[in-house]
Design a protein around this ligand. Structure first.
Ligand code: FES
Length: 154
């Protein structure tokens, strides 16, 4: 089955749902690991929406990626409680050591860096989620250790 057929099958599975676009986008990302720009016109046609509508939803939700994510995903919390204990310093450090900005993936496809607004771990800030695992009380040195451990495990 080629990519277009796989996308059509996903749409068919969700077409009857109210607000089918969001579940379709989640399913597309689960299947292809991103929502490629080239898929947008096909999704729009299949769901009878404009390309702008589909594109608007994809770019509004931070969960959707236009490119495949790296093998390791780092989500740094930037909400208030974590900000008050050094989240911004952590963001700056991560951007510097990885050589990328928030929302980007390293050129070798190793790490994707994302921001998130509260991981429910506020008492243990600054907090981050790396490959789905929650970490707290992070500082630059501890983040380096977490990154080394998590990337080595991939
Ligand atoms: S504010 Fe960072 S985990 Fe809640």
């Amino acid at each position: 089955m080629d990519a277009a057929e796989r996308v059509r099958a996903i749409v068919a599975a969700h077409r009857a749902e109210r607000g089918a676009l969001l579940p379709v986008l989640h399913a597309v990302q689960a299947e292809f690991s991103c929502v490629d720009q080239e898929i947008v016109p096909l999704l729009a046609a299949e769901l009878n929406l404009s390309r702008a509508e589909v594109h608007g939803v994809v770019s509004f939700y931070a969960d959707f990626r236009a490119e495949p994510a790296g093998r390791t995903t780092v989500r740094l919390c930037r909400a208030e409680a974590c900000q008050s204990v050094g989240a911004e310093r952590l963001v700056a450090h991560a951007e510097q050591v990885l050589g990328i900005k928030l929302g980007q993936t390293t050129a070798d496809g190793e790490v994707t860096l994302q921001q998130v607004f509260c991981l429910g771990n506020c008492a243990l800030g600054p907090a981050a989620q790396v490959n789905g695992r929650l970490y707290g009380h992070l500082d630059p040195a501890r983040l380096d250790t977490v990154l080394a451990t998590e990337t080595a495990a991939r």
